[in-house]
Structure formats: structure tokens, C-alpha cells
Design a protein around this ligand. Structure first.
Ligand SMILES: C[S@@+](CC[C@H](N)C(=O)[O-])C[C@H]1O[C@@H](n2cnc3c(N)ncnc32)[C@H](O)[C@@H]1O
Length: 229
């Protein structure tokens, strides 16, 4: 991982201060998300130079904030069907011509041609039978050559699976997170969904070292224009 990138990820107290427009509970949730997932690896999997990014299931906007801190120079669209999360993202980050949040699922995104897209910790909330369609919807919004990165639970020792399941269920039962289901979705399954969606160069990396949860980072890219001619 790039050392400069890791340094650009804020500490928990800094993030807590930065999100002062939110309630204490909302700030605590953000801080919990920051410290419990390998964000430097997620951001490191994305291009920071001028490009466009679609963040599917953006939640309260942590990825948007981290991208800004890391000097992301492109445009950002975060979408999430939970309007509470989108209101939260808007409240502490604001919107600009380069950054917008919308309370819709990916099927509500009319734009196409994104250079990259991210799905961070979302697929376990989608029924297994609906995951292929969701990934295909995201892939169809990529430009030729565009990149898709997904962080999902998985990998590491078996006890981490149990920790993942307890925490994921608790978040939904307590109403912190909304999802149609809570059903594990590991890197191998996501890689298969990427391939079914026609993505190339699909890779799965173990991203959970140093975290209580097991994480896998899956990446792939849409075929370049004219590649199949
Ligand atoms: C654990 S949170 C992750 C939020 C954010 N990506 C992050 O890492 O901080 C999962 C998010 O997925 C959203 N979500 C649930 N079902 C979804 C779906 N079908 N499409 C897009 N987002 C969904 C939830 O509303 C929630 O904000």
C-alpha cells in the first residue's frame, strides 16, 4: 500500500471533529466504520486522477470523504436507497458540481460511462438471487475499460466469519443499516458475479489482515472499446 495514501486516512478523533454537523451517535457510527475496514486498500484500488466514480451503497459518505483527503481529482456520485444515510452524507460533506449524493438504488442511476465504481460492504444486504443483477447494473454504468472495486466480507480464519455475521445482523436488527437480508457474500462469490457481468481481469485480494473482520477486495474491469472487434 502507498504510504502517503495511508497517511491521508484520518484518525478517529479527526474524523469525529470533521463530522461535527452530525449527532454524536452518527459520528460514532462513522468512526466505527473508519476503524473497522481496510479503507487505505479500498482507496488504493481506485484511480485518484481525473475520472468519474459511482459509489453504490455509499452510506454516510465515508468513501467520498477519504477520496477528497487523498486528493481525488474526479467527479463522485454516491447512491444509496436509504435516504437517512444520504441525508447524513449531505449534512457533513455537502454537495458540489464534483460531488453528489442521491437516495436511489443503482437502477435509478441514468448516467453511464463512469470510469470506476465501488461497492463497499453492501452485497451481504442484497438477497443472493438479486446480486448478479445488481452487479450487472453497476457494470453497465462503466465506460469501456472502467474499473469496478468491491469490498466484501470473507477470507482469513473461520472465527472472523462468526464476528462478521454477528456484527452485520446486529446493525440491521438495531436499525443502523437497512438491507433486504443479511446473508454472507465472500470474495469468491463476488468474483463470480463480476465474471458473469462480463468484467475482465477479475482479482480477489485478502484485505482483512489486522482487522477483526475478514475482508476481501475484488476488482475487475470492463472490456476496452473495440477489444472484441
Ligand atoms: C454497511 S453499509 C456500507 C456503507 C458504505 N459503503 C461504507 O462502507 O461506509 C451498507 C450500505 O448498503 C446500502 N444498501 C443496502 N441494500 C442496497 C442495495 N440493494 N443497493 C445499494 N445499496 C444498498 C445500505 O443502505 C447501507 O448504507
Amino acid at each position: 500500500m502507498d504510504g502517503d495514501l495511508a497517511k491521508a486516512i484520518p484518525g478517529v478523533s479527526e474524523l469525529f471533529r470533521r463530522a461535527r454537523a452530525l449527532t454524536v451517535a452518527e459520528r460514532a457510527h462513522l468512526v466505527g466504520r473508519l476503524s473497522s475496514a481496510p479503507w487505505a486498500l479500498v482507496v488504493g484500488g481506485l484511480r485518484l486522477d481525473g475520472s468519474s466514480l459511482l459509489d453504490v451503497g455509499c452510506g454516510p459518505g465515508l468513501l467520498a470523504h477519504l477520496l477528497e483527503r487523498c486528493g481525488y481529482a474526479g467527479t463522485y456520485l454516491g447512491v444509496d436507497p436509504d435516504e437517512r444515510k444520504v441525508a447524513r452524507a449531505r449534512a457533513w460533506l455537502g454537495e458540489s458540481p464534483r460531488r453528489a449524493f442521491r437516495a436511489v438504488g443503482v437502477e435509478g442511476v441514468e448516467e453511464r460511462g463512469f470510469d470506476q465504481a465501488a461497492i463497499v460492504d453492501v452485497l451481504y444486504l442484497v438477497p443472493p438471487s438479486a446480486r448478479a443483477a445488481l452487479v450487472a447494473e453497476v457494470a453497465s454504468r462503466l465506460a469501456p475499460g472502467g474499473r469496478l472495486v468491491a469490498l466484501t466480507s470473507g477470507g482469513g480464519p473461520r472465527w472472523k466469519r462468526a464476528v462478521d455475521r454477528i456484527q452485520e445482523r446486529l446493525a440491521v436488527v438495531l436499525g443502523v443499516t437497512r438491507g433486504a437480508v443479511v446473508a454472507p457474500c465472500d470474495g469468491a462469490e463476488v468474483a463470480s458475479l463480476f465474471s458473469q457481468a462480463g468484467l475482465l481481469d477479475v482479482r480477489v485480494e485478502d484485505a482483512g489482515a489486522g482487522y477483526v473482520h475478514g475482508f476481501e477486495l475484488v476488482s475487475g474491469r470492463r472490456e476496452d472499446a473495440g477489444a472484441s472487434d
